[in-house]
Design a protein around this ligand. Structure first.
Ligand code: HEC
Length: 119
């Protein structure tokens, strides 16, 4: 009888831990959802990730996104929306040569919705 009580107590404790860690990772907004990352990978990552352009990476580096603090991720996400909504990113020169990879109007909407989901 004691053994069963003891085991149930452990189970309860463990499920509590899993629940708590889920809550934490949700609150941190650390990971960019796959559906959004797909867009960044196609239209942005050639400059904004580890093998990209030095100056681009200084501003936004998707390879290091998970190391950004919560506040930094939030402000970068907002900046990303500002840049794409105003057609400042991707750069015009890149667009001319990469029409097929360019971000679409619909994708801009999707990304900005994500940007605005940061609390
Ligand atoms: C051809 C390379 C290239 C591509 C592709 C590109 N960027 Fe950039 N981006 C840059 C460079 C270089 C800078 C830094 C210089 C500057 O601000 O103009 C930059 C700066 C930025 C900044 C910071 C702007 C600021 O003033 O703080 C953001 C945000 C950004 N890019 C988002 C994006 C997003 C989102 C995409 C994809 C939709 C993208 N970029 C695609 C090269 C690129």
């Amino acid at each position: 009888m004691m053994k069963i009580l003891f085991l149930s107590a452990i189970m309860l404790f463990l499920s509590g831990q899993i629940f708590a860690s889920n809550l934490i990772s949700k609150n941190l907004n650390k990971q960019i959802p796959d559906s959004i990352m797909k867009i960044f990978n196609r239209s942005c990552a050639c400059c904004h990730s580890k093998d990209g352009n030095f100056f681009a990476k200084m501003k936004v580096n998707f390879s290091k996104w998970d190391k950004y603090s919560e506040n930094k991720a939030k402000s970068k996400a907002q900046k990303i929306c500002d840049e794409i909504i105003s057609n400042s990113m991707p750069p015009q020169s890149w667009r001319k040569n990469n029409e097929k990879l360019d971000i679409t109007k619909k994708e801009i909407e999707i990304v900005c919705k994500w940007s605005n989901s940061f609390k």
